[in-house]
Design a protein around this ligand. Structure first.
Ligand SMILES: [Zn+2]
Length: 314
């Protein structure tokens, strides 16, 4: 009893003399106002990092529930961003992923300096994401298939494609061609990386050339577009898959809607640049929810490699 009344008194004293009081003690009228602010800030005791508000249906989703559901809202099926590592984990058979070129890093060839230098930005994102650049590549097993897999990471400089992303993907495609493996690339990107100027634009041609050799060897390439896949990535390797599939609601396009609207001076149709719109207009082949992606990919691989198996048998 005595203890509780003590603490209450202490609390009262603390709020009575707020830390934010202006230094001029003589002005009593000023001293009164900050009282409200201190009592308000005391109320904010909701633990952070436990709940996430769904941007589509505004439901508060329990983070653990969200993780278990592969970062898909359990109420409205909104697909939240998922990290490249989590994505790989959700797709490949346990312990079968052999990463390639994990330590390849970009060089600041242009000495680019904007608000911050490119070097400083690279260092910051490397620290934040634990990755060296915006893509993870490697060989893995999906179901019974060995496949080459590339997964982009939007959190690393907006998943932008610079010389490292281009080179890692090109090496992956060449390895797939050399080992006669199917290829899957899961894209999410804001486009070419402006900090590398022309060098980033050259990656568009480089990745597509490697893909041409992969196609010439009659090997399948499945491109998976996730939210968002835009600009230089959409204008190169992401849009030349034998099969192009997308996640529900993904924003997919080349230039942004505002630029297109201003250039064409026309009203854009509803749902413009969404996966659903592009499926209706024939740009993509299927929309696959995240929880079905692994099964659908292995199903597609069964179908696409069946002819080769039959040819090898005969
Ligand atoms: Zn939702």
């Amino acid at each position: 009893m005595a203890a509780t009344s003590f603490t209450k008194k202490n609390l009262g004293l603390e709020t009575g003399e707020p830390a934010v009081t202006p230094p001029a003690a003589a002005h009593t009228t000023f001293v009164k106002k900050p009282k409200l602010a201190t009592s308000k800030s005391k109320k904010r005791e909701i633990p952070e990092g436990l709940w996430t508000k769904c941007p589509k249906c505004s439901t508060m989703v329990f983070d653990k529930e969200l993780d278990e559901n592969l970062k898909v809202c359990t109420h409205c099926q909104h697909h939240f961003p998922i990290s490249s590592r989590e994505r790989i984990h959700s797709l490949v058979e346990t312990c079968t992923f052999e990463e390639m070129d994990a330590d390849m890093t970009s060089v600041d060839v242009l000495d680019f300096t904007g608000v911050a230098s490119y070097r400083a930005k690279l260092a910051k994102y490397q620290q934040d994401t634990g990755l060296k650049d915006a893509v993870i590549t490697g060989l893995a097993r999906l179901g019974t298939h060995r496949a080459a897999l590339g997964v982009m990471e939007f959190k690393f400089l907006g998943g932008s494609m610079g010389s490292v992303v281009g080179e890692k993907l090109t090496r992956l495609i060449e390895r797939a061609t050399e080992k006669a493996l199917p290829l899957i690339i899961i894209s999410t990107s804001g486009g070419a990386r402006m900090y590398e100027g022309m060098f980033s634009l050259m990656q568009m041609a480089k990745t597509c050339s490697a893909l041409a050799y992969h196609a010439r060897a009659r090997l399948p390439y499945i491109s998976v577009l996730t939210n968002p896949t835009t600009a230089g990535v959409m204008a190169s390797f992401a849009s030349v898959g034998d099969l192009i599939i997308a996640e529900p609601g993904a924003m997919i396009g080349f230039a942004g809607p505002r630029v297109i609207k201003d250039t064409t001076q026309a009203e854009l149709p509803p749902g413009f640049q969404t996966a659903e719109f592009l499926l209706d207009h024939g740009l993509i082949d299927a929309i696959v929810p995240r929880k079905d992606l692994k099964n659908r990919l292995t199903g597609y691989l069964n179908y696409l490699t069946n002819g080769q198996k039959l040819a090898a048998a005969s």
